[in-house]
Structures are given as C-alpha cells and as structure tokens.
Design a protein around this ligand. Sequence first.
Ligand code: 5GP
Length: 195
Amino acid sequence: MKLLKDKIRQDGKVLSEEVLKVDSFLNHQIDPVLMQEIGKEFAERFKEAGITKIVTIESSGIAPSVMAGLELGVPVIFARKRKSLTLVDHLYTASVHSFTKKETNEISVSKDYLTSEDTVLLIDDFLANGQAVLGLLDIVEQAGAQLAGVGIVIEKGFQSGGSIIRERGIRVESLAILTSLEVGQATFAEEVASR
Ligand code: 5GP
C-alpha cells in the first residue's frame, strides 16, 4: 500500500534494527485519513470472506480495526490487556508476551461478543514474533468461531511471526512488509524483490 509506505518513509523512526517507531500516525497520534485508507484496503482484501466480527488488541489495533469495521459494516472487539474485576468467568483469556514492552499480559474478550456463529478477521498494527496474533487466535478458537484471516498494518518480515502464522495455513494480509530496518532507512519487501 503505497500511501502507508510513503508515510513510514517520511515519518517513521527506526529506533534499532528491530523496532520502528510510528507514534506520529499510528501508535500515539493517529492520522485518520491514513486509517480510513487502511480500513478500505483491509475491507477490499477480505470483502468476500463473510466476516461478521473484527477482533484486535488494545490499544494500537483499534484505529485501523474500526475503519475496517466501518467499511465492512461489522462490529469491532478489542481484547483487553487488563482483566475486568467483574465477570471473570465470562471471559476468553490468553497470555501474550509483548515484543516491545518485554512483559506478559493476560488478554481477554467477553463471551458476550464472540461466539461459534462468528467469522473473524484479526487485525493488529505490527507483526513481529507473532505472539499477539497467536493470543488472539487462541481466543477465536476458544469461542469456536471461524477465522477468515489476519490483517496487519506493518509486518516486520525479518522476524518470525509471519512464517509462524502462515505455516498454520492462515491467510495473512500485510499492507507493508519490511525486510530490514537500518537507522535512517526502512526497506520494503518488493524493493528487495525488484533489485
Ligand atoms: P508480536 O506479538 O508479533 O511479537 O509483536 C506485535 C506487537 O508488538 C504489536 O501489537 C505491536 O504493538 C508491538 N510491536 C512489535 N514490533 C513493533 C515495532 O517495531 N514498533 C512498534 N511501534 N510496535 C511493535
């Protein structure tokens, strides 16, 4: 997705060979016009998949998910990172080790909003080692819901998450795939392919 890649090139900050900071349009300040385009792109790619719910994880997955939900006309559920003190028995839960924060969180979704009747699109901002997506997959399985696929805004193709998820036969659609990060430069998959 050209608009997204241009934005990453222009405003992304490469913090290390492993971490890209995109606080100016995705992780802190949000660019609504870009989010709307991202939502349209996910909706276009998954429009034939019979999706009934989008499931994401708080907080950075929410903006692109809401825009995709708006386009597809379906509700968006975000997994919470803190268990609510009420109704703990009424939750699907999974453990997720955070790549950026180096801590493990219990994530949860209420059984009220996800059931075996649903066909789910999982969306997240980044795919690194796949822990967040694996946690969300666990929750979808607990609910007995169908999985249509996974939509990722930025995949770091040099980390293992993409292959772990695709090896399970799951459709992963990433709008920008980075093949490497060097200070001052982000390189995308098709640029390597066309060299
Ligand atoms: P994974 O669970 O795939 O290892 O990591 C994905 C999660 O970690 C995403 O939800 C995202 O919040 C965070 N993350 C991973 N890599 C990056 C990165 O390079 N930059 C930012 N801003 N977040 C990242």
